[in-house]
Design a binder for this molecule. Structure first.
Ligand code: PXG
Length: 401
């Protein structure tokens, strides 16, 4: 079968909830992936940052294989010998006291929302069913009904109502808006340290720190969604470290599974996460020994291969190289670590056609919103691979000019 055959079958039998680039991949190693016809590409998306350690990392693969042979799933009805160790190691990595494991990012977000509400009723004294949570315009936190209830993107919401009440949306980067949105019933403020899906939007310097302080003054939980920015992507283990912010709750996902399995985590203090009693929340696969063994190795690799430091240095190199590309179509090149966006002017005709042209040159990128090309390769990328990527980008901008 060639690529066309797979695409035809997918279009017939698969729901059309995505619009992927027309490339059918069957193999990956490090920063490289191969299509079914053997053509090689540099992966500049990393599964939306779920493959920070690179495809098919040998150490993580070994952990997966060894654990798969021993024990894969117990449910939380019984204990297993991997979850306690992952819990401890994750807390040591991030400086938190307690963790609740789930599978997808959206489930970690839901966990944080439930935590904040329960905390509000039990600790803050908010009257039952009155808790409010503040989120930011142009957020991306996942796809559940509750999460899209505070999305501002019509595409994510249209025809999915009725929505979950209890949320307020304020502009991102606006401290005054935060101050005035807080009431005695506010349980938490949910924020992405960088809005990746919105087009790599970096808030004004000091925003996170001051927002955190406003939350502290008002006894409001500061909840950082680090699902895409965390685990090294932006040059630190947590993006919030850039401003010395220690959120009350952080959310991790994506690369926690080392590119192999879905596993997510909600981390907080004992005081906050301690609100859960047996039976109040959970998931069949959350904390399963296979995912936990993989996650333990995944975070070891991030630490021992200095992936956060690599992202900082190589990201700066990549960013500066992209900034040297001269094109009347480029509005701005911005990023932090290896999370980089090239925003195009409207006359460029959209980022999609650039991604399609880059694919032809062997570089896989995805547009985010209509006008931003995102560059987010695995953090194991080498300088010479970045040089090669930039050459292809230059070529495409010349060709499409
Ligand atoms: N928070 C952030 C910041 C994210 O980027 C999620 C939460 C949700 O994670 P899950 O594992 O539930 O997808 C994300 C996910 C998609 C898609 O295909 C998702 C993301 C980025 C791009 C596309 O729905 N990020």
């Amino acid at each position: 079968m060639d690529q066309k055959d797979y695409m035809v079958i997918e279009e017939i039998y698969g729901a059309h909830n995505y619009h992927p680039l027309d490339v059918v991949l069957s193999r990956g190693k490090g920063v490289w992936v191969w299509d079914v016809e053997g053509k090689k590409y540099l992966d500049c998306l990393s599964g939306y940052s779920a493959v920070n350690q690179g495809h098919s990392h040998p150490r993580i693969l070994k952990a997966l294989q060894q654990q798969a042979k021993k024990l894969s799933l117990t449910s939380r009805a019984f204990r297993n010998d991997q979850w306690p160790l992952l819990a401890k190691e994750l807390c040591e990595l991030t400086g938190y006291e307690m963790v609740l494991p789930m599978n997808t990012g959206a489930e970690a977000v839901e966990t944080a929302l439930k935590t904040a509400r329960k905390w509000a009723y039990q600790k803050k004294g908010v009257p039952q069913d009155q808790a409010e949570i503040i989120a930011c315009a142009n957020n991306f936190h996942g796809r559940t009904i509750t999460i899209i209830s505070f999305s501002t993107e019509p595409l994510y919401r249209n025809d999915f109502g009725p929505f979950t009440p209890g949320f307020k949306v304020i502009p991102y980067g606006d401290l005054e808006a935060l101050r005035s949105a807080i009431t005695p019933r506010t349980a938490g403020f949910l924020v992405e340290p960088i809005q990746a899906e919105a087009g790599i939007i970096i808030p004004p310097e000091g925003y996170l720190r001051q927002a955190w302080e406003i939350c502290k003054e008002n006894n409001v939980l500061f909840i950082a969604d680090e699902i895409q920015t965390g685990l090294g992507r932006v040059g630190k283990i947590l993006a919030c470290e850039y401003e010395g912010v220690k959120p009350d709750i952080i959310l991790l996902g994506k690369s926690l599974g080392g590119g192999y399995l879905p596993i997510s985590a909600t981390l907080s203090s004992r005081e906050i996460l301690g609100v859960f009693k047996p039976g109040e929340h959970g998931s069949t696969f959350g904390g399963n020994p296979l995912a936990c063994a993989v996650a333990r190795e995944a975070i070891k690799v991030i630490r021992e291969e200095n992936l956060a430091e690599r992202a900082a240095t190589l990201g700066a190199f990549f960013l500066n190289k992209l900034k040297t590309i001269k094109s009347r179509y480029i509005k701005e090149v911005r990023g932090r670590g290896l999370l980089i966006g090239v925003e195009l002017k409207p006359e460029a005709g959209g980022a999609r056609r650039f991604c399609e042209a880059l694919k032809e040159e062997g570089l896989l990128c995805k547009e985010t919103h209509d006008h931003v090309i995102r560059f987010a390769p695995p953090l194991v990328i080498k300088e010479k691979e970045i040089r090669w990527a930039c050459k292809q980008v230059k070529k495409v901008f010349r060709r499409l000019a």
